[in-house]
Design a binder for this molecule. Sequence first.
Ligand code: SF4
Length: 415
Amino acid sequence: MDHKDGPAQNRVKALKRAGELKDSIRGYLEARENIETGFNLQEQHQKNKERIKNHFGATEEEWQDWHWQIKNRIYDQEELCLFLNLSQQEKNEIKEIGTRYRWAVSPYYLSLIDPDNPDCPVRKQAIPTIEELTDELGQLDPMAEEETSPAPAVTRRYPDRLIINVTNQCAMYCRHCQRRRNIGEEDVGAPREEILEALKYVRENEEIRDVLLTGGDAFMLSNEQIDWLLTELGEIPHVEMKRLGTRVLVTMPMRVDDELCSILEKHDAVYVNTQFNHPKEITEQSRLACKKLAKAGIPLGNQAVLLRDINNNPHVMKKLNQELLKISVKPYYIFHSKRVKGTSHFRTPVEDGLEIMEHLRGQTSGLAIPTFIINAPKGCGKTPMLPEYLVSMTSGTIFIRNWEKKIFQYINPRS
Ligand code: SF4
């Protein structure tokens, strides 16, 4: 006969278990106190913003206008040092890097940087450092994008979905950008003929049910262009969903204007993915932009990139994901950064990502847990870091299995 405890014993057990659970989260609660978010830095951001506005003689109305933000991006080291403390050597290095890789930062994103802290995680994503030029490990095109483009502006790596690269423009040129080969040398949208060719390719291939518009940043297109593209795709019977890839929610949230929201609202099955990498990027203004999109019925997902000394820390990543949920953004992926030339200093060992996932699982809401992804070399697909996909692991090299059950060697950066 089963022996069941009575209510009193059950309560004792439950209290004991609750005590254990409380103890297990204590470390995070303590660490969390020291992780800054954009919400608790509002005063500093406001001060920075006023300084930048004064420099440009800008009104609040102009600051809130995304065209003004784009027009007044900072891309000169002399101007930059009016807002950040830079040594002469740093200025020289930024100048030198600028001759090889483009850099530009929106006044809004600049206002999020701590001017006195060279280790500020926002600064590291925006301001060039000399490691970009001394990178011996990175490759120009590790994803072999040139080999996965069956039509102009199209990247196709999967059976039922593809990417249309609609522009190479971004509000800011992120230092860790995985697509920097194509991004921003000049600010141009893909020519209309290319987009028409891409749409023709989608039309002629009935298995394509999911189209991602990205670049660059899809929200750098005008509202009219976005409306036109979504209309064209909406008229293709086999296209079931449209996704837009944008980082403006992080780098220039004023881009999300009322007109854009009403355009997105009128199209069916539109999804937006963005890239917040640190809780300091989550501000009141980004919250408002996400809220407007959510009100327009647009599901929002976050694709963070695992970045050394920015977010390769379980507590920081947990805080980031929890803050994202507060602004209606679902943490979707954490990408292990690719071997892109000029960005190797941002790469971390794969183990850092695995440790983060271990730290999240069970420790926080399922909704706050993204999937940790390695992009298999040569564009062979996103590979989740789950036991069935991780074939073997030694320091320096791992073997992974992709969705087609092909095995790849993947170079694991050292710690
Ligand atoms: S917004 Fe995206 S595409 Fe543009 S520079 Fe940043 S990471 Fe690259």
